[in-house]
Write a protein that binds this ligand. Structure first.
Ligand SMILES: *[C@@H]1O[C@H](CO)[C@@H](O)[C@H](O)[C@H]1NC(C)=O
Length: 261
């Protein structure tokens, strides 16, 4: 049975490689699970996620021209690996250490949001709230203040209003648990590009922009290459037909595998 499934996935793989007329891609959620859930237990642990990115990185570097440095795919994977722990925490609503399908669905919702101004607006709104002296920079003092229970709750409410991430949802109406504070601290640290303890408005904008671009690219690549990438998780790229294609992402299609080898 397993062999049969594997052969099926292999057939689809061949199809995916053909010049055009690729089959309808499965939903991004399905694909994400297929690719990252290595032990096929229905959820993705951070360890599985990182291991998958490593495997993909090794794959991406195959056939690289010597002396040309990292290719675009490798760079993207490196970025993805850097952001993964934070992203993981934000999605892991129940702090179980593993993402279930419902939590994985946020990968797709995030992609839709990333294509709008959500992240930029969020950065603006958070700045307006925290930058009490309005100097377009969050001093370490202002960041500290943001971690005080009352401010933290307001901060989470702002994020939650635009983007009800599972890792923040738990707080709704209640006092922010420690893990939300830790999640936010991680994010704040990531926004402080030059690590000087203060966050300039521009610096934050650049970090958010970089995250957004990587996110869109990674998610679109996953979507496009999904049927093939499923192999890395030992998975079978089935379950197509849910949702169907939605707005072909122009940028991501550049990540499509080529068949000349
Ligand atoms: C972002 O903010 C602008 C200006 O307030 C608004 O017009 C736009 O609809 C917002 N975008 C999203 C996705 O919320």
């Amino acid at each position: 049975m397993l062999l049969l499934l594997w052969l099926c996935s292999d057939a689809q793989l061949q199809q995916g490689f053909s010049a055009n007329g690729a089959p309808e891609p499965p939903s991004l959620t399905r694909t994400t699970l297929n690719v990252f859930d290595q032990d096929k237990d229905g959820s993705v642990t951070l360890k599985e996620a990182q291991a998958t990115l490593d495997a993909l990185g090794a794959f991406a570097s195959m056939g690289a021209e010597p002396g040309k440095g990292q290719n675009e795919m490798e760079k993207m994977l490196k970025q993805a690996k850097k952001w993964m722990p934070q992203l993981f925490k934000l999605l892991d609503a129940d702090s179980s250490g593993a993402l279930q399908e419902l939590e994985v669905e946020w990968v797709e919702k995030g992609l839709e949001a990333a294509k709008t101004n959500v992240f930029r607006n969020l950065t603006r709104d958070i700045f307006e709230m925290l930058d009490s002296d309005a100097d377009h920079s969050l001093s370490s003092g202002e960041v500290e203040a943001a971690m005080e229970p009352e401010m933290l709750q307001q901060l989470v409410a702002i994020v939650h209003d635009t983007f009800p991430l599972p890792g923040l949802t738990a707080v709704n109406g209640k006092e922010a648990p420690a893990f939300v504070r830790e999640n936010l601290k991680d994010i704040v640290a990531a926004l402080d590009g030059n690590n000087d303890g203060a966050i300039e408005r521009k610096e934050a904008g650049a970090a958010v922009g970089a995250f957004k671009r990587t996110y869109i690219k990674a998610a679109e690549t996953l979507k496009t290459m999904g049927p093939m990438l499923g192999m890395f998780g030992g998975g079978m790229p089935m379950g197509a037909g849910r949702g169907g294609p939605r707005g072909s992402g122009g940028r991501g299609s550049r990540g499509t595998a080529r068949n000349e080898r």
